[in-house]
Design a protein around this ligand. Structure first.
Ligand code: P6P
Length: 347
């Protein structure tokens, strides 16, 4: 019966979130409604990626397809889908998207108490290369994903940019969704990290990776070695130690997909460290604080890992601009400790 129970006791993401909500008596369910709309956005993008195949959707924005419909690039489409889903939830007041230069202030009659920062399709710059007509190459499938973080508004009055320029430690939830042959959503609402896989026959995200914990130490480092000549001394020294350990232990393996979610997801499950350091070309690194660094750092801490900017805990950073960048070193607790020691020695 236990096996049957497992098969029939489907823990969907909405059941899971409702269980979480029941731990907060008096909660009005606004957060649950918001998450439900984010999940809807993820399902739509997953379907667009799988049904239409990237090649057809990847055409330049402005082209028309055989039906003469205006061709939308997948990232433009994903952005529109998420914005519509978030606004229609009636639970958001400010949206910051990687695709939009300015923050979006929701009109007053549709406003709620949450601010959502998101990259509707991270890694989309990797798609243009090598898309085979009509199908999505497996390697590509793990390279496109959505990332989101959720804040509560700070002030009851008219929302301002200050409501999104909060340190990452104020986030109430964060997650990402990876698109491909299987669609997986990894989420934390502040009490651990859980992974849900979309069952297309049900149209539901089912709990497949409960209570994800990152190994305390890992055997993999993940960085773009092509930037090595521009690294600062602590990063260069750390990567050198990964390749030529001084204590005679075996070298770490290098794994780098070039899509943050794919590299962070592997780090979360297998352990190790992901780094996108500052370098002479980009003194603040490349990754964006609000909708890449903070959500991934939130998840890492919730899974027992940690995240460091080279100067401070990533979640303590107070952003001044909505598209601000930051260096990032995140992953297994012990691995990040090692690079923190090297930066401390340099300071
Ligand atoms: P590089 C993808 O374009 C992205 O924004 C992240 O997903 C990824 O971690 C990073 O850039 C890769 O950058 O410079 O190594 O190609």
């Amino acid at each position: 019966h236990a096996a049957d129970a497992h098969r029939t006791d489907l823990m969907t993401i909405m059941r899971f979130v409702l269980n979480e909500q029941s731990k907060h008596p008096g909660s009005r369910g606004d957060f649950t409604i918001l998450l439900n709309h984010i999940v809807l956005g993820c399902k739509f993008v997953c379907s667009a990626v799988n049904k239409a195949g990237l090649a057809k959707l990847i055409g330049l924005a402005g082209e028309t397809n055989v039906q003469g419909e205006e061709q939308k690039k997948l990232d433009v489409l994903s952005n529109e889908v998420f914005i519509k889903a978030l606004v229609s939830s009636g639970r958001t007041c400010i949206l910051v998207s990687e695709e939009d230069e300015e923050a979006i202030f929701v009109e007053p009659d549709k406003r709620g108490k949450y601010c959502v920062v998101f990259d509707p399709l991270d890694g989309s710059s990797n798609i243009d290369c090598g898309v085979s007509i009509g199908t999505v190459q497996p390697s590509l499938q793990i390279m496109i994903d959505s990332i989101f973080g959720i804040y509560m508004v700070k002030h009851g009055r008219e929302p301002t940019l200050d409501d999104v320029l909060q340190p990452g430690k104020n986030m109430v939830a964060a997650g990402y969704c990876m698109y491909g042959s299987s669609c997986m959503l990894v989420l934390s609402t502040g009490s651990g990290v859980n992974g849900f896989t979309l069952d297309p026959s049900l149209g539901e995200f089912i709990l497949t990776h409960p209570d994800i914990k990152i190994p305390k130490k890992g055997k993999i480092y993940s960085v773009n070695e092509g930037n090595a000549k521009n690294w600062d001394a602590p990063t260069a020294k750390y990567v050198e130690k990964c390749k030529f350990p001084e204590d005679g232990s075996s070298p770490k393996s290098l794994r780098y997909v070039g899509s943050m979610v794919a590299d962070v997801h592997r780090t979360l499950l297998y352990g190790g460290i992901f780094l996108y350091p500052a370098d002479k070309k980009s003194p603040n690194g490349k990754l964006r604080v609000l909708y890449e660094v903070f959500p991934m750092s939130f998840l890492m801490e919730q899974a027992g890992g940690q995240s460091f900017t080279g100067k401070q805990k990533a979640l303590d950073l107070v952003p001044e601009k909505i598209h601000q960048r930051s260096p990032i070193f995140l992953g297994s607790y012990d691995d990040v400790e090692e690079i923190k020691a090297l930066y401390a020695a340099e300071a």
